[in-house]
Design a protein around this ligand. Structure first.
Ligand code: HEM
Length: 396
């Protein structure tokens, strides 16, 4: 193969600094303007900021592998071995198949009424209060009511789940102070999952129970079983909480869009795509290039890590007509917020169901959502959402 030797531009700013975590979009715009591949000198990685190359890399899982981890530092890349997220080829397919049936449309249809009922209760309670926190009272309540039961996490051991999950995401960023602080909680989660598996303490009939049966049949080791439980519990809480929280924030700050959704509820599925496009819950994950490879005319050396920035791809002006405008009528179905290709989010059906259920309950019961104070961004290397989102709900 002949490889073109286009010089790769460099970018020296820290895109994981506190200021950049709070407002990453100017950094992403500068990266996209520099080219399809940009060397981030601070993080020793090749950033992929544009849509076309992000999608192509996610779809080429033979060249861009996940088996050496998808984080930006070696600690999670070693700790997370054995998960669906961090396996390749036939091993990945086998791991994904173990529990995929639980998240396919038929299984989700059976959960839909329960999810709708719970969403309605959550919004009824919030409307009765009037002034609420969009994170605690709206965004967290539904995923916390659904996902731990689905995964089979012991009922009396859930107090730390949010902190442990957040830490596990934080650790997937560069080894900055935020990631270093996250190490103990992330390790606690792994140890606890191992104990749950050793004690066979998962809820009967749950996804975790399927995994234990696979372990008992010799299809999985106990250690892999614990990793796979984490594989489902971690990405299923904070991400969906982020999507619902970002929905509440965007609809509070774009009242005309909330009006539009109330008058045209058939826009709900697309509204979810547009929310994920505009405010992608997951910033970026990495892949390792198996060999020298040309990306957009530049050669990335074999063994190098590339950073697929979903959140930047979703605002790429080469792909979207008016990327910085939030409009639920945009054709946002091709957004990359759930990834793409072999590792595309296994739980996106559930995440869409939960987010739509919350939005439906809101448009049916609320006339206006207003911010009552300045929201505060949560500081996490991977997940983008607020930690506090004070809103007032005016009943319909
Ligand atoms: C709005 C909510 C969610 C977002 C934005 C999201 C985002 C993502 C993304 C971007 C990936 C791809 C990772 C990669 O490219 O390496 C992914 C993978 C994954 N997600 Fe989600 N996710 C969400 C909710 C969920 C839920 C609810 C579950 C489980 C019930 C889940 C389980 C998984 C799993 C198991 C993978 C790994 C798939 C694989 O490697 O084959 N996610 N998610």
């Amino acid at each position: 193969m002949t490889l073109t030797r286009t010089a790769i531009p460099t970018y020296r700013s820290d895109i994981y600094s506190t200021a950049a975590i709070i407002d990453p979009y100017p950094h992403y715009a500068r990266l996209r303007a520099l080219g399809p591949v940009v060397r981030l000198t601070r993080h020793r990685v090749y950033a992929i900021p544009r849509y076309a190359e992000c999608k192509a890399i996610l779809r080429d899982d033979k060249t861009f592998i996940s088996g050496d981890g998808v984080g930006l530092n070696p600690i999670p890349n070693t700790l997370s071995r054995g998960t669906t997220l961090t396996s390749d080829g036939a091993t990945h397919d086998a791991r994904r198949k173990l529990v995929a049936h639980r998240l396919l449309p038929r299984a989700l249809r059976a959960m839909a009424d329960d999810i709708d009922r719970r969403a309605a209760d959550i919004v009824d309670r919030a409307v009765a209060k009037g002034s609420v926190d969009g994170i605690d009272d709206l965004a967290s309540a539904l995923p916390l009511a659904i996902v731990p039961d689905l995964v089979g996490w012991p009922r009396d051991q859930r107090a730390d789940l949010m902190a442990w999950g957040g830490a596990t995401f934080d650790l997937l960023g560069p080894l900055n102070r935020r990631a270093a602080r996250a190490i103990p909680d992330s390790a606690r989660m792994l140890r606890f999952a191992r104990r749950v598996v050793n004690n066979r303490a998962v809820l009967d009939g749950s996804l975790g129970h399927d995994l234990l049966l696979a372990a008992d049949n010799g299809e999985l080791s106990d250690a892999d079983c614990a990793s796979l439980m984490i594989d489902y519990i971690v990405p299923s809480l904070d991400t969906t909480i982020s999507a619902i929280a970002n929905a509440v924030h965007l609809l509070a700050t774009h009242p005309e869009q909330f009006e539009l959704l109330k008058s045209q509820p058939e826009l709900l599925p697309n509204a979810v795509n547009e929310i994920i496009r505009y405010s992608s819950p997951l910033r970026a994950f990495t892949r390792k290039a198996r060999h020298d490879i040309e990306i957009g005319g530049a050669t990335v050396p074999g063994g190098a890590r590339v950073l697929v920035i979903y959140a930047s791809a979703n605002r790429d002006e080469l792909e979207w007509a008016d990327p910085d405008a939030f409009d639920i009528r945009n054709d946002a179905g091709r957004q990359l917020g759930f990834g793409n290709g072999a590792h595309a989010c296994a739980g996106q059906g559930l995440a869409r169901l939960e987010t739509q259920a919350m939005l439906r309950a809101l448009i049916e019961r609320v006339d206006r959502i207003e911010l009552t104070a300045t929201p505060v961004w949560a500081l996490n290397n991977i997940i983008r959402r607020h930690s506090s989102l004070p809103v007032k709900l005016t009943p319909a």
